[in-house]
Design a protein around this ligand. Structure first.
Ligand code: N01
Length: 551
């Protein structure tokens, strides 16, 4: 019975159904994919592990969780009425507001009837005889022509495994799986492990609530003030007066955001100290990830980057009153090779009497005890511990599913040396499977919503093309994949992005192959995707029931 799966249970008889499209995940990507399928009259179903929509915004409920792309940009653009009618309250929306927005979208477009919650996809196997995916979930089974992985880039938590963790008597939280009822740290001694974006956002808030907060820092991170606040009503009106033009301008930016802050045109190396200080100060005051656009060569030339590093180091020294703490908090790696953080009072928090910073860069955490953590021979006692240790990014969730392609080859085996795709959308040997914002696409280096919309629309149009041409399967060719992987690497190597131990490279997860996963540059990528489609899906083999033709 090769390729045919037998469901473990049929608690829900509906799940023995056949679908045109099965979608994994009910975050921004899955919901829009479902909406497009509904508009086309395709039968489509989302399987979602959580009990609500929202993906990353459903899970990441830690204190201070907030987007680092402005609300007017981090929102769907596909429906004019939606983008006109929805009103954001803050410049950078917090997690609860984004979750309300996603729920509004699910209701507005009547998506819930086609979402099966509390259902985890466990296995998917391609049956070459029928050109269908046989899908096994925690709740039953389904058969589908197309399988769309809308699993998100940051959806599998990277939990540390320190000796003695199970012995700790208090709660251990992970920022990416935060309790839905919230956590009250009042009068508690709290330890936080990690200083990435999640920690940078949560530390100032936990510090205000807890009796004592101890932060364990392995690598300091660059962060700039977000200058968040109530949304600027005049800017909102100006944006909404010509929203699509604003979206189009953003899509022409490398990261598909912040078109109001275009990149500088002259090298940082040509500026005098007075000039670069003035320029960086201006960008600092903007409170945006577009800080890194002050000069065009900041991510291309280490000497140019060093100037930006100096500027931020000086800012940290100005804010943090204890010089030793300031020094420990000052990063030395290339600025921008890990994702820049946006904060509200992050560095200021280290001036509080109840906050302590422990540098574990040379003396890592040794173990947990029933009452705390031992680092560098010293025991720190806690009532609760927060691990802000990030994610098994871009591939973690996909590889948790046992995905089997042609000849029962597993995706895990295929990606054992790192993920390889064509366009970040498709994988040779895995026909009719699409990855939304998959490795090899700009994804995490962009405003995710713009990348998601572009991918979903490409997939939707591809499925439509397949149906009109009478094709039953589409599969990326190995040649196209190899060329694409070489291209992604060449673009990355042209920059400073691969120079530090970032999650973009997978090195934050023990044993994960070191591969730079996202592609840098949104506009040329979109052009390439459009060209591929216009050329009859160049780089893909398309097969029909009667014949098979390779392009
Ligand atoms: O995770 P991270 P994150 N022992 O991987 C440390 C997005 N995001 O959840 O740098 C000790 O960045 C690790 O140390 P090191 C955004 O794209 C967006 O904060 O590996 N420490 C690091 O300090 C972001 O980039 C928003 O040496 C350990 C931290 O834990 C991405 O999500 C908000 C350790 C992990 O930082 C991930 O951010 C939040 C160990 N064993 C997240 N293991 C916004 O939109 C890990 N660390 C604003």
């Amino acid at each position: 019975m090769e390729g045919v799966l037998v469901a473990r249970s049929y608690d829900n008889p509906q799940l023995s159904q056949t679908f045109d499209v099965t979608i994994v995940g009910a975050g921004f990507a899955g919901l829009y994919m479902l909406h497009r399928c509904n508009q086309r009259g395709l039968s489509a179903q989302i399987f979602e592990a959580g009990d609500g929509v929202g993906g990353t915004w459903y899970w990441n409920r830690y204190p201070g969780a907030r987007c680092d792309i402005e609300s007017l940009e981090y929102s769907y653009s596909f429906d004019e009425d939606l983008q006109q009618e929805w009103e954001w309250s803050e410049r950078y929306a917090g997690q609860p507001e984004i979750l309300r927005y996603v729920n509004h979208v699910a209701d507005r477009f009547d998506l819930r009837p086609s979402i099966q919650f509390n259902t985890r996809v466990e296995k998917a196997a391609f049956d070459s005889a029928t050109a269908r995916w046989n899908i096994q979930t925690s709740n039953g089974a389904a058969v589908s022509q197309y399988l769309v992985m809308a699993t998100g880039c940051l959806s599998s938590t990277n939990k540390p495994s320190f000796e003695g963790m199970d012995d700790f008597e208090g709660p251990i939280y992970h920022t990416g799986e935060w309790p839905h009822d919230g956590v009250d740290f009042s009068d508690q001694r709290v330890g936080v492990i990690g200083t990435g974006s999640s920690a940078v956002q949560s530390i100032p808030i936990i510090a205000k609530q807890a009796k004592q907060l101890t932060v364990f820092q392995r690598t300091p991170n660059y962060s700039i003030p977000a200058h968040n606040g109530p949304i600027d009503k005049a800017l909102e009106a100006e944006t909404k007066a010509n929203y699509q033009a604003f979206r189009d301008a953003n899509r022409r930016e490398n990261g598909a955001f912040a078109s109001r802050t275009p990149a500088g045109e002259t090298s940082a190396l040509d500026a005098t100290e007075d000039e670069w200080r003035e320029k960086f100060e201006h960008h600092w005051q903007l409170g945006s990830l577009a800080f890194l656009r002050a000069y065009p060569d900041l991510l291309l030339d280490d000497n140019a980057n060093a100037i930006a590093r100096q500027f931020v180091a000086d800012k940290i020294a100005e804010v943090v009153t204890d010089p030793t703490t300031a020094q420990i908090l000052t990063p030395t790696q290339v600025i921008g090779c890990k994702r820049l953080c946006l904060d509200t009072n992050y560095f200021e928090t280290y001036n509080r009497d109840n906050v302590e910073l422990v540098d574990i860069s040379s003396a890592p955490i040794e173990r947990f005890t029933p009452t705390g953590i031992v680092a560098d021979g010293q025991e720190f006692e806690f009532d609760a511990i927060v691990t802000a240790t990030g994610f098994d990014a871009m591939t973690g969730t996909i590889l948790k599913i046992d995905i089997r392609g042609v000849n029962d080859v597993s995706l895990k085996e295929k990606w054992s040396s790192g993920p390889t795709t064509y366009l970040g959308l498709c994988i040779p040997g895995f026909p009719n499977l699409f990855t939304v914002t998959g490795p090899g696409s700009p994804s995490v280096l962009t405003n995710m919503i713009m990348s998601i919309e572009q991918h979903v629309e490409w997939i939707d149009e591809c499925i439509d093309y397949m149906s009109h041409q009478g094709h039953q399967s589409i599969e990326a060719t190995v040649d196209a994949e190899q060329e694409w992987v070489a291209h992604v690497n060449a673009v990355a190597d042209f920059t400073l992005m691969p120079t530090c131990n970032s999650w973009y490279l997978g090195v934050n997860v023990p044993g994960k192959p070191r591969v730079f996963m996202p592609l840098i540059g949104f506009p040329p990528y979109v052009e390439k995707c459009n060209e591929v489609a216009a050329n009859g899906y160049e780089g893909f083999a398309l097969t029909s029931p009667a014949d098979s033709s390779t392009r």
